[in-house]
Design a protein around this ligand. Structure first.
Ligand SMILES: CC(C)(COP(=O)(O)OP(=O)(O)OC[C@H]1O[C@@H](n2cnc3c(N)ncnc32)[C@H](O)[C@@H]1OP(=O)(O)O)[C@@H](O)C(=O)NCCC(=O)NCCS
Length: 132
């Protein structure tokens, strides 16, 4: 099972603040989407974002750059998953990447009533195999 997800988006004028860099809320929505992809795959069903830890916007991502978002599962609980998410600004013309944002998301698997649900055994076994 792939425990990572990567999203690449172009930073267009509608995505920027008045300084010409990617709006923080938009960056967070891309990060949430990437964390959602990884956690839904691991949980084999619906998830919600329960917590976002230590979001550090270390550098701006400029208009006309691409924003590259990578999410990776770092820990698994009973119903929760901890996902590290990083972003980079990519200058497409130069082929360079600058690390810009880091955060940890806690995603929780939910049942049809919106209550926490255990992560399925099949995903735990798959993860245990990766560690062996
Ligand atoms: C997330 C939610 C389902 C948790 O429900 P709850 O009844 O409080 O759940 P519990 O206290 O039993 O915790 C369930 C798990 O979530 C974890 N968790 C819940 N809130 C957390 C938080 N704020 N930070 C870190 N972990 C959290 C618990 O540690 C537990 O993990 P485990 O099962 O791996 O041991 C509930 O708070 C909720 O629906 N929140 C709204 C989610 C939402 O709308 N998100 C935005 C849009 S997706």
């Amino acid at each position: 099972m792939d425990k990572t997800a990567r999203i690449t988006r172009l930073v267009l004028p509608g995505h920027t603040n008045r300084h010409g860099s990617l709006f923080g809320g938009t960056a967070l929505s891309y990060m949430d989407e990437a964390a959602g992809i990884v956690s839904t795959r691991v949980a084999r069903g619906p998830v919600v974002t329960a917590h976002i830890d230590s979001v550090d916007f270390k550098a701006p991502i400029w208009q006309s750059e691409a924003v590259v978002v990578k999410a990776e599962l770092v820990d698994i609980g009973t119903s929760s998953m901890r996902i590290r998410v990083d972003t980079w600004g990519e200058c497409l013309e130069e082929g360079t990447l600058r690390h810009c944002t880091t955060a940890e998301f806690v995603m929780v698997a939910i049942d049809q009533h919106g209550r926490p649900r255990p992560i399925p055994k099949v995903s735990r076994d798959d993860l245990a195999q990766d560690v062996d």
